[in-house]
Ligand binder design. Sequence first.
Ligand code: 5GP
Length: 204
Amino acid sequence: RFPRRRSGRLFRRAHPHRSAQPAPAHGRLAGMSGLRFEVLIPHGQIQQRVAELGRQINADYAGRSLVMVGVLKGSFMFLADLIRHIDVPLRIEFIGTRSYEGTTTSGQVQLTKDLDRPIVDEDVLLVEDIIDTGLTLNYLSHLLEQRQPRSLKTVAFLDKPSRRRIDVHGDYVGFTIEDRFVIGYGLDFEQRYRNLRDLCVLVP
Ligand code: 5GP
């Protein structure tokens, strides 16, 4: 039997002491002594901008439907927030890449996970965390164009144009930032800190 609260809530929270805490606004990264981070874009500002992007996409794709392709892993949080503001019918796909610097190459992109279903004749929106050198977007847009979508556009949460090595651009961009290494809101430092609610910068 679940005890009924006076508020009328049916279920008791399993661990009331473990309720979600907002991420600290700044501080030392737990378990990484010597590294500090500062908030670059606070959560509320991110949410406002994501809602704006959603409205823009709704207007541009009115009467159509979308396949939204999230680029793993960095885009998962942006994608999850963005689709809650999109009201055209859509389905979700994920694609994975890894970039590496070879000894003789300046930067290569490798596919680590392909789409599950075809995108022929579909309106496709590629969802990126950040456009940095542009190598990933360049690689993925060529790859997806070969699959003959009806249209292909890109939405990127962040853009770092000063780092570009290939002339590519996002059709929708959340924020343009300077050349700083950012973490949080899906973006990692050595696979950690993706869960920070704010976009943060590492302070050397
Ligand atoms: P590209 O250089 O191909 O445009 O970007 C490749 C990937 O590098 C991005 O999708 C992102 O995952 C990662 N990346 C680029 N800049 C940053 C950054 O400032 N912070 C983090 N965490 N990842 C980044």
